[in-house]
Design a protein around this ligand. Sequence first.
Ligand code: PAF
Length: 283
Amino acid sequence: MSRNPMVVRTVPALRRALDGLRTRRATIALVPTMGALHDGHVSLVRQARRRAQKIIVSIFVNPAQFAPTEDFGSYPRTWNADVAKLAAEKVDLIWNPDVKAMYPDGFATRIVPEGPAAAGLEDRFRPHFFGGVATVVGKLFTQCRPDVAVFGEKDFQQLRVVTQMARDLDLGVRVIGSRTVRERDGLAMSSRNVYLSAEQRLTAPTLYRVMKESAKQLKAGDDFANVMAAGRELIARAGFVPDYFEARHAETLAPVASMREGPVRILVAAKLGETRLIDNIAV
Ligand code: PAF
């Protein structure tokens, strides 16, 4: 049986725990999460394990990245199952602050990311989101002082934003992107997939199928504008309300109109009923 990881909930307790972890100069990897862990998170932990000797997983549902109309209150919280998964992966420490520990009374500082955070993708539909993510990830980095931090490629714009922030603010953390883990039918794993009805769950993999087909056409030299318009149409016909379906430069996230302008990434966000799904693939 695996031993449960140490759980800390206050900044002073975290400092003491870090002193313990850092003995003999052990390297530390951080995997930031909001809990409701699935196999995608497990693969981030395994990626972290390959990069460092000690693993910290943070579990904090960050109110600052949800708009008042979004699902902060109902976001899935599965503490016992999360701890069991992290124990099985032999994670060393779970950093689980409550909102007051992360944002004490009088908290008044916010990181406002630009560049990839203003690419006109997620930021267009969730204007509050990257400020909230950058602020909490900036805090997680300074609290845990990891050598490496692992983020999923599924939130591709987020990955670019935190990579840029770590570089711009000299946070001394190497940000690593980890491949998206998919269900057998191609649906990207996400904590929010539990919101899908049985019928919506059957439709959801359409996003991946359309992205793959569009990627094939882009690589074959078809006109970018036509391919992306046709892909968006297919997604809408399947029952989604697309926010965006776009081909972008994989690093700058700038719009691209040919393979020569690449590396190219297709990114999509679409609502299926009340559930908003995002995904992306390399072309
Ligand atoms: O991707 C997530 O789960 C969150 O946005 C993160 C990076 C943990 C910040 O709250």
